[in-house]
Ligand binder design. Structure first.
Ligand code: SIN
Ligand code: FE
Length: 291
């Protein structure tokens, strides 16, 4: 399987042809990356002070809630905070525009998630194995269960020089699930309510979120799987943007610095082919409803 589809889009306010819209939705829902090497997100000259890993404090991401205009995870002073917020809000708007133009079918089923700015070099960074995104994984939100909604992400490499972002892309979701699902136990009865009461999760966790969290962990915790599974390495140079369903496409980020990312949550009801969504794949394998 080709893991990437390349589109020649070079403007955030592009009006993609119907053929490109169809290509994009088919690629994304089948677990491919839609790569737009000419879609660059520009920084203004005064924003060059934001190319500073120290802005990130201890957090690996600086995050923005683009609807509430809430900025988190930065130790920047007031002036830099203001620049960060403006720049990230502009990115959120740009990402929203291109996603709506490329995937008009999703309409009101497309919801805003967080915007993040990742100013730190990934390579050599120390984290726990669970947070280590240099290991192949599918995304799952431990504290914000999606209840089956899809995780669609827009990434832009904004490195001001030649720093590429190096990813690995792994095997199809069905293969991941076939390998790890049989050993994953069902959630304990009552565990969803308990985790919610203890505020481990913001909403009660669906069985789907339980299984996705376990899949994420099992993949990362298996060093033999990490090196032996079918995979490719792909470099995303600066000045490019890519879209991917990170709950479906197995991915890992190996090196790179200065990236922007916008998350969207997409309802199952607007999927062009819901049968390929992780929720439906897991339900088929387990023979029961999960959300
Ligand atoms: C991830 O989503 O696992 C990390 C992606 C990145 O930081 O490039
Ligand atoms: Fe990830």
């Amino acid at each position: 399987m080709d893991r990437l589809v390349t589109l020649p889009i070079d403007r955030w306010d592009a009006a993609p042809a119907p053929a490109d819209q169809a290509l994009a939705i088919e690629a994304l829902e089948s677990g491919r990356v839609v790569w737009m090497p000419a879609l660059a997100f520009g920084f203004e000259p005064r924003e060059s002070v934001l190319f500073d890993p120290a802005l990130g404090a201890q957090a690996k991401n600086i995050s923005l809630d683009p609807r509430r205009h809430l900025l988190r995870g930065t130790s920047a002073d007031a002036a830099a905070r203001e620049l960060l917020q403006t720049m990230m809000q502009r990115y959120a708007d740009a990402a929203g525009r291109i996603v709506q133009a490329l995937l008009p079918r999703y309409g009101a089923g497309l919801h805003w998630g967080r915007t993040s700015f990742r100013p730190c070099e990934i390579e050599g960074r120390r984290t726990s194995w669970r947070k280590d995104d240099t290991r192949l994984h599918v995304d799952a939100f431990p504290s914000s269960p999606t209840g089956g909604r899809r995780i669609l992400r827009v990434f832009s490499n904004v490195h001001p020089q030649d720093g590429t972002r190096r990813w690995r892309l792994g095997e199809p979701f069905e293969d991941v699930a076939r390998r790890f699902l049989p050993a994953i136990r069902a959630p304990w009865p009552g565990s969803a309510a308990l985790l919610h009461r203890l505020r481990v999760t913001k909403q009660p966790r669906s069985p789907y979120d339980h299984y996705m969290g376990r899949l994420h962990d099992r993949m990362k915790a298996d060093p033999a799987y990490q090196t032996s599974c079918d995979q490719i390495v792909h470099e995303f140079p600066p000045g490019g943007t890519w879209l991917v369903y990170t709950d479906l496409a197995s991915h890992a980020a190996m090196r790179g610095q200065y990236m922007l990312e916008q998350t969207f949550l997409v309802e199952m009801a607007v999927q062009a082919d819901p049968a390929r969504a992780p929720l439906r794949v897991l339900e088929r394998m387990l023979g029961r409803a999960l959300a």
